[in-house]
Structure formats: C-alpha cells, structure tokens
Design a protein around this ligand. Structure first.
Ligand code: SF4
Length: 373
C-alpha cells in the first residue's frame, strides 16, 4: 500500500496524479473508503460543504437517429412506431411549461435525423430563445455538432457561432462515451471520434462557450480505458479551462445491444466518482446524475467526490428508455431534502454556477458560487 500513501501525500499537497495512480485507485484491492476519503478532501477543498442543483427540463426533439450505438436504448428508425419528431408548437409548449415551472435551464439533445437539415436544429434554438430569453439553452452535444459539420460541409467554428448568435448558452458533455479506440470502435464506431469530440469542445471554449464533459462506464471498458479518458479530458482542460462539470454516466443495459451485461454496481459507481474527482484536478465540479445512479447512490456520492446532483429534470427519456427506475422528476423540496440528509448545504445554481435567489415566482441569478480552485 506504499502507492496509496504516496497518492495521499500528493493529494494533500495538491499535486497531480499520474496514469498509474489512477489505475491503482481503480484496483479493487484499494479500499473504496480510502479512495472516497481522498476524493472528499478534494471535493471540500473545491466546493466546501455546498451541493448544487438546478431547476431544469430536458428536450429531445427527435429520437430518429442515423447511428446505432450499441449502448443506446433511445434511438429509433424513421418508420418504427416509436420514432417521433417534435413540431415547432410542441417545442414551444415545452419552453412555456419550463418557464411556468420556474426552470432556469433547458437541456437539448436528441437523435441525428437524416431528413432534417442543420437549419432545423438551429431554428429550435432560435424559437426557444426568442420566446423565452431567460431560459438558458444548453444544447447539442459534440456528436450533433459533428453531424452538422457533415451535413453542411461548413467549419465547426462557423456553425457554433451561428448557434451562439441564435441563443445557444452552453453545450452538454454527452457523446464522449469512452475515447479509447479499443472500446469506441466497438460501441459507437460511426459517430464522432475522440479527436473530433475534443476538437469541437476546444473550439466551443475558444468561442467563450462553457461545456460539460462525460464518460460512459460500466460496459465493456477496462479501468485503463477510463483513466485514459480522464487524462484526455484533463489535458484539454489544461489548455482551455472551458469545462465546468464532469459527469460519470453509469451504463444502463436494458433495451440496448449490450443487454447481456449487468448494470454497474453501486461500488463501481462510487469508485468511479471518487477516482474522477481525484484525476480531474482542474475541473471545478463533479456531478452525481441521480437519474442514472439512483437516489441512494447519488446521495452517497456527495461524500465520494461529487458536489452536484443535476436538477429536478422533467421529461427525461434517454435513460428511462434504458431501464432507469428513478422517478421522472424530483420536486425542489425532494432534492433539497436529499442533499440535507447527506449532510450537505443545498445551493440552487443556474447553468453557469451562479447562485439563484427566488421570491415567489421570480428568480434572480446572483454571484458565482465559488469556494476553491
Ligand atoms: S447514442 Fe446518440 S448517436 Fe448513438 S444511437 Fe443513440 S441517439 Fe444516436
């Protein structure tokens, strides 16, 4: 256990952990609680006792998708009865509902519909932004941006600028899955490769967009693929500083091409959370996405490196299609209670981590909530 002592010394001194350190921390021989305690130290150094949440909704304008990622239960073929494409009215109705429910953010992702042009995806942002300018639009993953590039043959920078001009506020972190080609080529060989994903986020950061980053774990990957993935994210963050939050996404097997694989255990969920917190020393926030983890594990994760529970979340489809048994929406009282039960102080934030103050139906974003580096 000399390596654990040396890792502890590095963490206490605020020094960076190596690839080998990350691999070691994933080893089942290293007690989970030891890894968790170290991650908690970093979590409290960066975010004190705060645990953040936001009031948000999801919009998946279509599930029709040209790709067939083996882990995906959400996609549909065009003629499948499950396939859908939302109209402008339905999209605006979702915006209205979000604003009436006090949401500060709409998270917009979906399938890559081969009959819809880039202009349709752009119009969704325009329509919502014009009608509901205070609703922050966090939309289109790097996989979608890569698809727009393919459709239009235009540079990513130009496409992103056009989306920003239309009202795009930030980008979600989906589509990263596992960067290593040994895994990526087996689970999603057709969609944006690792380099494209990273290049698109780099360009977004250069244009001033904040983005999130993710990793889908608990399927066919080995620990060294996870560590490789985390280090690639850390390197881009060293360059740009544009990532706000890392979200480890637990694989859900139901209705996917990998349904023979068991769901990751809570132990792997907590270890992945903790190792991510320790390896990503330059990313401010780590999110325990309660929809995927389940409520109990998400609460526990607040002591294993996570400082954010995501949001109240309306209309989540992607993981519920894959068998997530969590509720479709949590009330604000529920989410605050979950955080308080975990011994943390709940803070409502907006997408860019400004503290949100509410009075009746009105809300105001105040100062950025920041504790450590
Ligand atoms: S994960 Fe995304 S890109 Fe892959 S099949 Fe599902 S909807 Fe399509």
């Amino acid at each position: 256990m000399n390596q654990l002592a040396s890792i502890r010394d590095k963490v206490l001194a605020g020094e960076r952990l190596s690839f080998d350190d990350g691999l070691f921390l994933f080893s089942p021989e290293v007690p989970l609680n030891d890894v968790g305690q170290l991650a908690n130290l970093v979590r409290e150094r960066k975010n004190g006792n705060f645990a953040y949440y936001n009031i948000n909704t999801h919009l998946n304008p279509t599930n029709v998708c040209v790709y067939r990622c083996t882990f995906c239960a959400f996609r549909s073929d065009l003629r499948d009865p499950k396939g859908y494409l939302m109209s402008d009215e339905q999209i605006l109705q979702r915006g209205r509902e979000a604003v009436e429910a006090g949401c500060t953010e709409m998270h917009i992702v979906g399938g890559l519909h081969h009959q819809m042009k880039f202009e349709w995806y752009l119009k969704i942002i325009q329509l919502l932004h014009e009608a509901y300018p205070r609703l922050h639009l966090k939309g289109w993953t790097a996989v979608e941006i890569n698809w727009f590039e393919h459709l239009t043959k235009r540079p990513v920078r130009e496409l992103l600028q056009e989306l920003i001009d239309a009202g795009l506020g930030s980008m979600p972190g989906g589509g990263a899955e596992i960067f290593h080609p040994e895994v990526r080529d087996r689970i999603c060989e057709h969609k944006a490769g690792a380099q494209s994903w990273l290049d698109i986020h780099r360009t977004a950061h250069e244009l001033g967009l904040r983005t999130n980053c993710t990793m889908l774990y608990g399927h066919i990957e080995e620990p060294y693929h996870r560590v490789d993935h985390l280090i690639r994210l850390r390197e881009l963050q060293d360059e740009t500083g544009g990532f706000q939050t890392f979200i480890p996404l637990a694989f859900h097997p139901d209705n996917t091409g990998l349904s023979h694989i068991a769901k990751p255990s809570a132990l792997l969920d907590l270890r992945t959370m903790a190792v991510s917190r320790l390896m990503l020393d330059n990313v401010p926030h780590i999110k325990a996405y309660w929809i995927m983890l389940g409520i109990g594990t998400a609460q526990t994760a607040l002591s294993y490196g996570a400082d954010d529970l995501d949001g109240t979340v309306r209309h989540e489809l992607i993981y519920h299609d894959a068998g997530a048994e969590t509720p479709q929406v949590l009330s604000v009282d529920d989410i605050r209670r979950l955080i308080e039960e975990a011994g943390r102080e709940p803070v409502e934030r907006d997408t860019l981590y400004h503290r949100v103050a509410r009075q009746g139906d009105q809300w105001q974003a105040a100062e950025a909530v920041a504790v450590g580096a």
